[in-house]
Design a protein around this ligand. Sequence first.
Ligand SMILES: Cc1cc2nc3c(=O)[nH]c(=O)nc-3n(C[C@H](O)[C@H](O)[C@H](O)COP(=O)(O)OP(=O)(O)OC[C@H]3O[C@@H](n4cnc5c(N)ncnc54)[C@H](O)[C@@H]3O)c2cc1C
Length: 396
Amino acid sequence: MLVDSRLFHIWKPSLHEVAAGTLDVHQEGLSYQMLAHDNGFTFVYGPMRALDPGQRLLTVGAINSEGQEIFPERRIRFDKLVIAVGSTSNYFGVPGAAEHTISLNATEDAERFRLTLLKLLTLAELNKENGVDVVIIGGGATGVELAAELREASGVYAAYGFRQLQAERDVRITLLEGAPRILAPLPEKVSDAALDLLRQRAVTVVTGTRVTAIDATSVRAGETVYPAQIVVWAAGIKAPDFLQTLGLPTVKSGQLDVDGTLAVKGFDHIYALGDCAACAGDDGKLVPPRAQAAHQQADYLLRTFLRQQRNQPPLGKPYIYRDYGSLVSFGQTTSVGSLMGSLKGLSWFVDGFVARMMYVSLHLMHHQAVLGTVRTAVLAVARFLIKRTTPLVKLH
Ligand SMILES: Cc1cc2nc3c(=O)[nH]c(=O)nc-3n(C[C@H](O)[C@H](O)[C@H](O)COP(=O)(O)OP(=O)(O)OC[C@H]3O[C@@H](n4cnc5c(N)ncnc54)[C@H](O)[C@@H]3O)c2cc1C
């Protein structure tokens, strides 16, 4: 049984494309009900709200729409529970951040960004106003990918009725990063290449700066004030707050405290994986909140459950995170990143079209894991054809 507070699944690393309008969430989203039908599981629509670990009962909240209750609150009995609810924004107490910024945590956020941008572009076109200022806070993969995708998309909007729009003059993009360099966890060569690519795309990058306050029209970092009509918060994540109310152990970041087998400490029938789980490796460092970690953990738990089902002895070794490297997308034609070798610490720098093809193949591999090979191939061909009959950016 799969419980999710949304009806459609989307690969989260592609949310910056939804925000920029280059990916249509209504074409990309995979219906959980369809996946349940095809793969023999039950889908329960609604948010996890509460838990009774002793009684093995989960409470799923009601679903309301336009003031009407569509589904009531439900209680579900389980033998084993896996919590994989992802993460939410961490504003680190910056005044105005929660009220005046958009994050890319879910499809609704990405759609809100896209619609706000469309509205501002339309106003700028109608009133011949002074363009749009976008400030992105956080120079990690999310912020960098959004800045690049947005620059590419802003060039395309001019072809669809925004006749006055000159992308680089009228859509001004500023990326603010607290660390001395963008993409700080990745090798320096990747950061340097990413900085070059952003500068070529007329994105203003300011590093080593701390945002201190945000209001409806500007972002303040120390003495500097940046004008901003849209502000994106991509500066940090934390576990959803409700996890601390479940009666399960959590760590300082709010993530569930799990042991090496991904079982929540003190509960052998409750597991957690992905961004919401605090899993320490051999070196004591927490596994990073990344798609590849969530994917590996899901594989690990699948093997654990299959052994339990077959009454075989447990796996006997804990989950160990393996970093295969990182790829950062720069629009539809290029990417940059590093691939990790099997020897510890050895990595290869990749960029350009080859890196872009690797990035695209990661997205396809995710679809393959969810849909299977044949349907992924059909979907890829269908998308290729649909792109020839629809605008290059979503306009409605
Ligand atoms: C724009 C962007 C780019 C990224 N790029 C990369 C990248 O290049 N490489 C990389 O490794 N990682 C990347 N990440 C991070 C990566 O997406 C996450 O680490 C990964 O998705 C975590 O997987 P998860 O299963 O833990 O959570 P999620 O993928 O967030 O899934 C959580 C699910 O839980 C559901 N849910 C949430 N709360 C509830 C509730 N209360 N009840 C029921 N359901 C609930 C949500 O609807 C969602 O379906 C990126 C993230 C973003 C936003």
